[in-house]
Write a protein that binds this ligand. Sequence first.
Ligand code: PGA
Length: 324
Amino acid sequence: MHVTLRQLDVFDAVARHLSYTRAAEELHLSQPAVSMQIKQLEESTGIPLFEQLGKRIYLTVAGSELHRYARIIRQQLGEAEAVLEDLKGLRRGRLSVGVASTANNFAARLLARFVEDMEGVSFSLDVTNRETLLRQLENNERDLVIMGRPPKDADLDESAFMANPLVMIAPKGHPLAARQSIPLKELDGETFVVRECGSGTRIAVENLFDKCGVSLSTRLEMSTNEAIKQAVEAGLGLGVASMHTLGLELGSERLSVLNVEGFPIRRHWYVVHRKGKRLSPLAAAFKAFVLKEAGVFCGLLEASGRNGEPDRSWCGDCQQRCEI
Ligand code: PGA
């Protein structure tokens, strides 16, 4: 059966009015054009859809059945049209964001703020380490990723939005906690609790130690910032963590930040996607939201003091000089 939507529309009009003339008026067609469409529809269905008794026409049983289906098809097309219209805006859709473990603290809060009043929209937040995020980007598995600076040679679009200072931590009362400007060399051979391979924090620490010719033992490896903080607090060794993960511990004085040369390691957060990716309206809106609001919302950018505006000077020069 080869039936066109146009034929179904004409058929629906004739079936509702039970009149070729009134259907033609409604559709702004001539009456012969309407009759022709119905004739062709009857030919392709292979069964009469109307019968004429006296001056009136009636739907046959087959015509009634087809009319039922024609209305369902029309209604479903209308629904499809509405869904596509919503997808063009921000009322509907799904946003899939990958987030570096260290960014989890603020990413969930950011997302919660963004989704306020977006009932038709669903979100997934996958928290994992840098290596996995890079693989997800390569496989185009996420709309957006929030992570430390991606490798230069990857085909990625990256926008920096917030500083991510990495500091060296020790348990409260540690002898080094009272010292200033501790040379990194002095920590050669010190026990460190480090993040797992594939973590951006780990790579940054290894790069700095390497650059300064200091050896870093990776004997004590842990896969979350929480575990690192607990281990450092318990006296297993020193650690390095993003300031973003330390709020409570510093507030309750369970950990101290050491004043070590080369620290804080100045990293930054980036919102990243594949170059040339066609972002959905939802993903584009979230990216714009992160770039505009993240620093202010999370209260993590250094304030310049001028009109309370966040200081973004690190985005250019400092990033070139300090990012490891
Ligand atoms: P993480 O952090 O992979 O160590 O959690 C991301 C980054 O700093 O690049």
